[in-house]
Design a protein around this ligand. Sequence first.
Ligand SMILES: C[S@@+](CC[C@H](N)C(=O)[O-])C[C@H]1O[C@@H](n2cnc3c(N)ncnc32)[C@H](O)[C@@H]1O
Length: 249
Amino acid sequence: MSGGLSSIDSIAVRRAYARWAPMYDLVFGSLVDFGRRQAVDHINARHGRVLEVGVGTGVSLPHYRRDLKISAIDLSPEMLARARARIAKHGLENIEEVAEMDASDLAFEAGRFDVVVAMYVLTVVPDPGRVMAELERVCAPGGEVIIISHFAQDEGLRGWAERKLAPLSAALGWRPDFSRDNVMTRSGLRLVEERRMKPFGLFTMLRFVREVEWAEASPPGEERRVHKRREAAPGRGYNGATLSDPAAG
Ligand SMILES: C[S@@+](CC[C@H](N)C(=O)[O-])C[C@H]1O[C@@H](n2cnc3c(N)ncnc32)[C@H](O)[C@@H]1O
C-alpha cells in the first residue's frame, strides 16, 4: 500500500486489460450493465459533447442518443480495438473520436465537454487524484462529471474480503480496497447525487456539477473575491447530494 492506495501502475493496467479484453464482455457485459444504463439514461437527457473515460470495449456506446457527440478514450489498445469493432458493427456515427489516452493526462482543452463520465474506472487508474483533476478540467462550467465505482466498505464480511484481496490489485487490474475519499478531492466539483447500484449495492453512481466561478468587482486595494454559483440545492445529504438506494440488494 502507498498513501492509502494499494499499488497499481499503467503497465500492470495495460497488461491486465490485454488479458481481460477477449472475455470482458462475457464476464462484465451484463453483470454491471445496470449502472451503465442508469448513467447513459441520465446523459441522454442532456445535450452536447460527452467524454467517456475508460470506455473499455464500448459496451455503453450503442445506447447514447444519436445526436450526442461522443469522444471515448482508454489506456488499453486491446480494449479499444473491441470498442472500434462495436462502433463499426452498429454504425455509430455520433462517436466522433476513439483514442488511446491516459485519463490522468487528457489531450483535450479545458471545458470541452458538457458531460464527462467514467464507469468502473477509478478503482483501476494508478492516480485517481490526477484523474479527478483532469475530469474537472475538461468539463465545461455547469456541466456534469459522472462516476460509477466500487467503494470499499470498512466493516463486515465485505470489508474483510476487500482488505484480503487488496494485495492482488495489480493482478486483478483494480483495487478492491478503494476508498470513496479518493474521488472527493475537487472543490470545483459539487456532489449533487449519490446512488447505490445493483448488484447488491456493490457500486455507486456519483454525479457532480462543475462549479461556475466568477469574480466580484472589488474596490482598489481590496482582495478580489471569487464566488461559486450554486444551482438550486436539493438540501439533503452530504454536500447537498440527493441520497438514494433504489438498487441495493
Ligand atoms: C473495468 S473496465 C471498465 C470499462 C467500461 N467503462 C465499462 O463500463 O465496461 C476499466 C477500463 O479502464 C481503463 N483504464 C485503466 N486505467 C486507465 C487510464 N489511466 N486511462 C484510461 N483508461 C484507463 C482500462 O483499460 C479498462 O478498459
